[in-house]
Ligand binder design. Structure first.
Ligand SMILES: Cc1ncc(COP(=O)(O)O)c(C=O)c1O
Length: 388
């Protein structure tokens, strides 16, 4: 189980977000979404403007688990099928419904759950059977040898467009489709980068092919952006954009409210409409005025303070510094990630996850790397003493 540095805060207490919360507290702090209030519309418009067409229908809820619950329901209502696939190592929540999608051992309860949920192999290019030194979208690659033939644009600044590891993992995905689910499926959930499992990145091109296979079976593709969204990955605002895919449903939480309990599901008008075949969706607190005022201020701060750009710059800087520790310490097996979502895999022990506030500066990153380095030195010294 990875050691986590928490990702809920995009920035420490921001004056702007705090002021928006205080102001709203004095005006109106609760009304359910059956009563229209301008803030809910303003916020839904602001949020949906950040997503590509046709992802324009916003449902506001209160937590990441609740957002994924609703996404599961939508996928099933839309497809008229039941089976949903998620990766081993995935974390999508701890509600009775999402526990079926979550495939991390310590969260698997010895109680009935997860009807219709099927795990599939996580295409982990460091731990898994296949992977090489070109596979992932990160400034730091694995030190595994790559058996791919050089791509036509390799070395010319172009993208790497052939990956044998990706092909092998896709075969495993096809195997799950042909052995473990019904002919028609409801959907496939994926975090663009696995958070709880230790910032695991898939080979480039994997999600694109997997999405095509899922759609061939009538399923919808759901991107869980609870950790990866809102600019944390630096190069893009949403994690799915780093895979060059367009999901049918996007779920988001944590950083969306900078720690305030709120979450969202964004989907297409067509999928949203399918839900009405089965139910009237209602949520007492989802989209409450406080959440909308805070969510709106968060989006403004991300833009005004260039937090996505900062994630890209400081995250890359920090990743490259941490990569040097891999050369220095045998127990640092892998350094990976993108922007300010960073994983360090200790080959004898655990994974460290680093997802700091997105306003972190380079001197703060230097300090954090130095603290981590000192801890490694102490650990190695203790180990050496134990040997004698
Ligand atoms: C990727 C991902 N999805 C969903 C969730 C569940 O969110 P919540 O704890 O708000 O229910 C989490 C929480 O850690 C998460 O990391």
């Amino acid at each position: 189980m990875p050691t986590a540095v928490w990702v809920t805060l995009l920035f420490p207490l921001s004056r702007k977000v705090n002021a928006a919360a205080q102001r709203q507290l004095g005006l109106l702090w609760h009304t359910s979404s059956v009563f229209f209030h301008p803030l809910i519309h303003e916020y839904a418009e602001k949020l949906s403007a950040l997503l590509p067409e046709p992802l324009k229908v916003v449902f506001l809820v209160n937590s990441g688990s609740e957002a994924n619950d609703l996404a599961m329901l939508m996928a099933r209502a839309h497809s008229d099928s039941t089976d949903i696939i998620s990766f081993r190592g995935a974390y999508h929540g701890c509600s009775p419904y999402t526990l079926g999608l979550t495939n991390v051992g310590i969260y698997k309860m010895d109680l009935p759950h997860g009807m219709g949920c099927q795990p599939t192999m996580c295409p982990d290019i460091f731990r898994g059977p296949w992977g090489g030194s070109h596979c992932r979208d990160s400034p730091v690659q694995t030190i595994r040898k790559c058996s791919c033939a050089p791509g036509p644009t390799e070395g010319e600044g172009g993208t790497w467009d052939c990956c044998q590891a990706k092909d092998q993992y896709i075969e495993q995905f096809k195997d799950t489709l042909s052995t473990s689910v019904a002919k028609s499926i409801a959907g496939f959930f994926a975090e663009p980068i696995q958070g709880v499992n230790g910032v695991v990145q898939y080979p480039k091109g994997f999600l694109k092919e997997a999405f095509e296979l899922v759609r061939e079976r009538g399923g919808v593709c759901i991107a869980d952006e609870v950790q990866t969204g809102f600019g944390r990955l630096g190069s893009h605002f949403w994690g799915f954009q780093t895979h060059d895919v367009l999901p049918d449903i996007v779920t988001m939480a944590k950083g969306i409210g900078n720690g305030f309990p709120m979450a969202a599901v964004v989907t297409t008008p067509e999928i949203a409409k399918s839900l009405t075949k089965h139910l009237l969706h209602f949520n007492t607190f989802g989209g409450n005025p406080m959440a909308c005022a805070i969510g709106s201020a968060v989006l403004e701060v991300i833009k005004e303070e260039n937090l996505q750009e900062n994630s890209q710059e400081v995250g890359t800087y920090m990743l490259l510094k941490l990569a040097k520790l891999r050369d220095e310490f045998e127990i640092v097996g892998d350094v990976r990630g993108k922007g300010l979502m960073i994983g360090i895999e200790m080959v004898k022990d655990k994974t460290f996850r680093i997802a700091p506030s997105m306003c972190i500066t380079k001197p703060e990153a230097d300090f954090a790397v130095e603290v981590f380095r000192s801890a490694l030195i102490q650990h190695m010294e203790r180990r050496a003493k134990l040997k004698f």
